[in-house]
Design a protein around this ligand. Sequence first.
Ligand code: ADP
Ligand code: MG
Ligand code: MG
Ligand code: MG
Ligand code: MG
Ligand code: MG
Length: 690
Amino acid sequence: MGLLYLGTPLTWEEAKNHADHVRDHGITQFLRIWDRVKDRTGDELLWGDEVEYMVVAFDNEKKNAKLSLRQTEILKELGDIVGTLSSDASPPASVPKFHPEYGRYMLESTPGSPYTGSIADLLSVEADMHYRRALARNHLKENEIPLTLTSFPRLGTVGVFTEPHYDPKNAKSSHSLFLPEEITNPHARFPTLTSNIRSRRESKVAINLPIFEDERTPQPFVDPTIPWQRDIYPEDPEAKNGAALINHIYMDAMGFGMGCCCLQLTFQCCNVNEARRMYDALIPIGPLMLALTAASPIWRGYLADVDCRWNVIAGSVDDRTPEERGLEPLKNDRYIIPKSRYDSVDLYISSEWANKPAYNDTTVPYDEAIRNRLLGHGIDELLSKHIAHLFIRDPLVIFSETIHQDDDSSNDHFENIQSTNWQTLRFKPPPPSSSIGWRVEFRSMEVQMTDFENAAFAVFIVLLSRAILAFNLNFYVPISKVDENMQRAQKRDAVQSQKFFFRKDVVPQGYVTPAASLPSSGPSTPSEHSERSVVTQIKDRKLRNCFPTLARPPIIDDGSIEDEYEEMTIKEIFSGKGPTFPGLLGLVDAYLRTLEATPDERKQIDNYLNLVRGRANGTLQTTATWMRSFVRSHPAYKFDSAVSQEINYDLLTAVDQIERGTLRVPELLPECYGQPRLNGLHQTNQLPMC
Ligand code: ADP
Ligand code: MG
Ligand code: MG
Ligand code: MG
Ligand code: MG
Ligand code: MG
């Protein structure tokens, strides 16, 4: 989440009067940054992950696993210990960072400093993640464990799901029927976000996930745990007046979505054009990685017919007014807006020739005046529209002390809008007065139960991002198809049950790739660089950026873009299809063969890639599939979709055992994973190695 000011937050009634001021100065701040760094080039590959945890308190007598609401104390302890670690005789390479998150039971960790492009750094990610987890674990109470769970199965159920327990009747920011005020980080930013979204929207948020219809799920399913008749807040009747759908799991508060955990990666790029190219190439990858990392099949105590968090978070911060949602004619508001401010990317932004205008094929409202201002400043059409689209949103949280800013030295107004557009990718301009370059953040993945898995997905995406640049890969499909893939990705067992739109020919025509195994078709076309130069550049045991781009071929195939893509299975997309498409893993392999990794290094990288391969081809289950079948084979499960306190306790106990390597689950993790290991700060080398 963004910066945490100490200050006085404005209510929505007050804040909306300052919306134009924030937008206006936000754009000024962006333009000042642009002027300074638009030509900046040569930044090296730096990258880093963000891992989010839920602190779970186990009550072994009552057999209950609850969310511990001690975030404030835990972060303070971790802050103190991190302080002492840095002066330790043998400090770790870098001291990890812990950050607050929306839920008062959540922690986020990032490496102490970003990783470089060295293979050694790539192979240190798992140990770094493990070190961070051990550090957190060692500063919790004996019965508390930091679990990397995407959604907490019993968040918002009737009964006790937090430690300590609170009643939802005091939920003064969300007015939720299910979540108490105390679920939310107490810093003013978070309750204010929650209540200002509700005020702007003119109702509570309403999220409905289809219930998983099991053998004995009541038909129709009308949720008996909703307090239909509660009458405390003005919004209480919304549930019975249509907000809660039958045969669905109904949720009514920001905490259900922003209280989820995920795995994110940020990459620094060589320059702005490379960042735009990588941003675009990763857009179609977003839904695929969501499907592959699916880890959230249980919501508010019920099995859902979906496996992922995405639509829940999108709904949980959907601040659009009824007019913006198209429910009422436009009168006071300016646009009909198709999506929540948390959703998949709306526009490709690369200025390369490969980005054909036809790929941006959805209706994308933008602020005309802002676009014209950016164009007038010399910024190209695509980037101007991208920013002008983000800036259709209002700033949700404004602190009275920081309304007036120095637009030369601050980017706070820009970030206020930018960082509350929560999309699958984020294009991050350099902050003012820092050494940081242009970055791209990959945001769709669900967090996995073990550091091995989280490291594996991180390593895979890092290598794919290098293959994209090294081979000038072209993944463009129309944005409408990416949106469709986003919905398919969340369906139950999407990896097995769904097909996804993907590009048939991803290697540019005529381009001879360094690894001869990659297919190429047609005669060679002129390019700015030869095959040889690419090979020389990447043969130094380092993952590089700053790869040259491909010159436009003399003859462009202007055939219909509909012929460029087709529906493929996840297995085909990852492992290849036919003689011309090597699959994402094939591309990564070709890139890897241009590095001079030692056999040991290659073996460890292959352990990670094999996890991705196993999940993609179905020989390994996704986390969501494993969790669903754990519930369905639990002796206390009644085949009625309900996940009881006891089942939840046993499930989370198993999750902890899997993470520690004491419970073997060969259907989920490769056989080689699961050597028991000790936990503790000084055993960081004792990973349950494959
Ligand atoms: P946010 O919450 O805005 O997404 P965080 O600060 O939580 O950002 O995480 C940013 C990630 O980017 C961390 O993993 C960090 O190590 C990494 N990082 C920091 N500096 C750079 C950089 N110059 N280039 C790439 N990644 C960076
Ligand atoms: Mg976070
Ligand atoms: Mg973060
Ligand atoms: Mg941050
Ligand atoms: Mg982030
Ligand atoms: Mg209105």
